[in-house]
Design a protein around this ligand. Structure first.
Ligand code: ZN
Length: 250
């Protein structure tokens, strides 16, 4: 079984199209949430995703953009984008967002998908302490796939302790991948990276592929039509910052 793992697409249709074009053959998509919010293509993104055979967990932006939760915790830029997205979506697409399930969702034996963490869907797992809490909240998980931070990589607990995992690439312009061989007896907390708004200093769209035959998670970065994504954001009247930040992945 090969699962394509997508997270934090954020209505960036140009990035999603590049990811789907680059993605190797797969049986299923595991989507870790935040399909909309920030980007200028919420309708196209949802239409495209509905064609895929996917398991979802919802993200905080999905909840906010469909009106399920208030925007009180959002900064002004995120709030403006969520309000704009809400206005763009038809009632049926808003309902589709509202119906996305809350994580954790089990996708296989010992395999769990969450948006923030199994402890709290809105928590950002950025430190070792947060990673330990996240794995403790899913005691039967061998691998917990998470999103929300928009940072590709994660945390690994082996016999000799914890370490931070970050895929290593040789450029910032080409399509590249990095393999993480998976071992039993080791526990993993892995983020495939953000498709549509990376925040780890690399502008390329991030995603991952889990292959249970060879027991590898392959992390990818792929370039996409950045210029078009930025122009769409500006043409929509969304905050300029949402366009400029895409250029450096911050
Ligand atoms: Zn997000």
């Amino acid at each position: 079984m090969r699962a394509l793992i997508l997270s934090d697409i954020h209505a960036n249709m140009q990035a999603l199209a590049a990811v789907l074009a680059a993605a190797p053959e797969h049986d299923i998509v595991w989507n870790l949430g935040d399909v909309v919010g920030y980007g200028a293509s919420p309708n196209e993104t949802i239409v495209c995703l509905k064609e895929l055979n996917s398991v979802y967990v919802r993200g905080n932006h999905d909840r906010a953009c469909c009106g399920l939760t208030s925007l009180d915790d959002f900064n002004p830029v995120a709030r403006q984008a969520a309000e704009w997205t809400h206005g763009q979506l038809s009632r049926s697409r808003r309902k589709w967002l509202c119906d996305l399930p809350q994580g954790p969702v089990e996708v296989g034996e010992g395999l769990v998908c969450v948006h923030g963490s199994a402890a709290d869907e809105d928590i950002y797992v950025q430190t070792l302490g947060e990673a330990i809490d996240a794995l403790q909240a899913a005691p039967s998980a061998w691998v917990e796939f998470y999103g929300h931070t928009h940072v590709q990589g994660g945390f690994v607990r082996s016999d000799d302790g914890w370490y931070v995992f970050k895929p290593e690439y040789t450029s910032k312009h080409n399509e590249e991948f990095f393999d993480l061989p998976m071992r039993r007896g080791v526990r993993y907390l892995l983020n495939p990276g953000s498709v549509g708004q990376p925040r780890d200093g690399d502008w390329r769209a991030g995603f991952a592929l889990y292959d249970d035959v060879v027991s590898v998670v392959r992390f990818y970065r792929v370039p996409y039509d950045l210029d078009r994504a930025q122009k769409k954001i500006l043409a929509a009247g969304l905050p300029e910052r949402l366009a400029t930040r895409l250029a450096n992945g911050l």
